[in-house]
Write a protein that binds this ligand. Structure first.
Ligand code: TRP
Length: 486
């Protein structure tokens, strides 16, 4: 039984979903977060683990999520409950949907603050507020921008309003059109920055920093961060992709769609790295400067390059737009749940959500000025939102979804939904049953200090353990299915 009987909006064009999912995936995570995390965790090893996580966790989880959304035709909570029920699974599985919805909302609460940085830098570019010639000048400008809650609050409020206006207008009108010109624009801007970087003197160091993979050198903390970021950058386990999947027409190929989105997202992240690190090395800046990294480095490049102001303005327009296409995807789950279940209009749902968002995001914004001292275990509120979602909620949500798909759902359900060839289906099943769950568990075990793992040396053992678990799992899967469905 599928839920085609219920009318639900669908994407307009064949490319609608791909565009919207790419718009959700490509955002501040690629241009702001990926470079600064790579800088913080020391470069190549982080990049390598991140790429491995995209392949081994991101792609299988994204396929699963789209399939769950399309099969259940609803918000994460409703879709997961329906799909689980269809296979006789417990209604408790819908807790996964609740966690995803909460997670997307929590991310949004700090995301609008960072998007606000981008908007404020666009304004600074236009009004000439970025004059300065050294790293110290740029750090001072970034600091001053954060200092006043009124200033910073103005920008995050603006982002909140813009997000709600677009979401209130609905999926097709708001989302599809904006993404189709923004993505190419972003790529062109990054190419210009890379070309500039190639002549600026720091390019060799940047290449070395990003791609000198030495896998043994990453801390457990870094490994957990790389896994969390793989989920974050693909917008997984937080309701966005699942809800977008619920608008996907039956005839679209989930596998091909997922690969397109994952490849585009990864390319944009690597391009952002290649655009930003040459500037950092050429100016003797510290790669581990934290969340302000791109805002302190890129303006230096714009100052020095020909037509810099023009490119700077265009760059921050693109970044702000990329942030908006992501932020709208984070509220979509909540709004679709409210409209489906509470009988209120899309517009009312958007504004109701927006008010709560505004209050919490204002608290997050205060972490950079008056609330800097309000910390718990060394993290301020903004830091906690980021930490809880990326390190814990998304990986755990992803784990739940692959277990649901791998062991609980009837095998025909996903065979129908995914429509893969038998060999590809077997590969997908092997990934969601063993590779993805084990990867997530191993990284948690390592990060929690239950056991210290040295992947550089122990990977043959890990493969062996994986093989043994896979064999046992295949033999025990009927029973496992009964336990998990209970
Ligand atoms: N993927 C987006 C980025 O890289 C962030 C994002 C959008 C997101 N929607 C999400 C992250 C939902 C988690 C959940 O910027």
């Amino acid at each position: 039984m599928t839920n085609d009987a219920q009318p639900r909006t669908q994407w307009l064009g064949r490319w609608g979903f791909v565009l919207a999912a790419t718009g959700s995936a490509v955002g501040l995570g690629n241009v702001w977060k990926f470079p600064y995390m790579t800088g913080e965790y020391g470069g190549g090893a982080f990049v390598l683990v991140y790429l491995a996580c995209i392949l081994a966790l991101g792609v299988p989880v994204m396929m699963t999520e789209i399939a769950l959304g399309r099969r259940g035709r609803g918000s994460p909570i409703d879709a997961i409950r329906r799909v689980a029920a269809e296979s006789g699974g417990a209604s408790l599985w819908s807790l996964l949907g609740w966690m995803a919805m909460l997670c997307g909302f929590m991310i949004l609460c700090f995301y609008v603050v960072v998007a606000g940085w981008s908007f404020s830098y666009l304004w600074k570019m236009l009004s000439g507020g970025l004059a300065g010639s050294s790293v110290d000048d740029m750090a001072a400008i970034f600091g001053a921008n954060n200092e006043s809650p009124l200033n910073l609050g103005f920008w995050s409020t603006l982002v909140t309003l813009a997000t709600m206006v677009i979401v209130g207008k609905g999926v097709q009108a708001g989302i599809e059109k904006s993404v189709s010109w923004m993505m190419p624009g972003m790529v062109v801007m990054l190419l210009i920055m890379i070309a500039y970087g190639a002549f600026s003197g720091g390019f060799g160091d940047a290449l070395h920093f990003l791609f000198a993979f030495n896998a043994g050198s990453l801390s457990s903390e870094g490994m957990l961060a790389a896994m969390g970021h793989a989920f974050f950058t693909l917008s997984l386990a937080s309701g966005a992709i699942l809800t977008y999947g619920s608008y996907l027409p039956r005839n679209a190929s989930i596998g091909r769609t997922t690969l397109t989105v994952a490849v585009a997202d990864t390319l944009v992240a690597l391009m952002a790295g290649l655009a930003i690190f040459p500037v950092i090395f050429a100016n003797g800046m510290e790669p581990g400067s934290g969340p302000g990294l791109i805002f302190m480095s890129l303006p230096l490049a714009f100052q020095a390059m020909p037509l810099g102001t023009l490119f700077g303005v265009l760059f921050f327009i693109m970044l702000s737009m990329a942030a908006l296409t992501s932020s709208i995807s984070m509220v979509e789950a909540t709004v679709s749940w409210l409209t489906d279940n509470k009988g209120i209009s899309r517009r009312a749902a958007a504004w109701g959500t927006g008010i709560v968002l505004w209050i919490i995001s204002t608290l997050a914004m205060l972490s950079f000025n008056v609330g800097a001292e309000w910390t718990l275990a060394g993290k301020h509120f903004f830091g906690w939102l980021d930490y809880l979602t990326s390190r814990w909620m998304m990986p755990l949500g992803g784990l739940g979804m692959v277990l649901l798909a791998g062991f609980v759902l009837k095998s025909e359900t996903l065979r129908e939904e995914l429509g893969l060839s038998p060999a590809m289906h077997a590969l997908w099943l092997f990934m969601v049953r063993y590779v993805s769950p084990l990867g997530i568990v191993v990284i948690f075990v390592d990060a929690l200090g239950i056991a210290t793992l040295d992947f550089g040396e122990q990977w043959p053992w890990l493969l062996l353990v994986l093989a043994v678990i896979a064999v046992i799992g295949e033999l025990a899967s009927p029973r496992l299915k009964r336990v998990l469905s209970a």
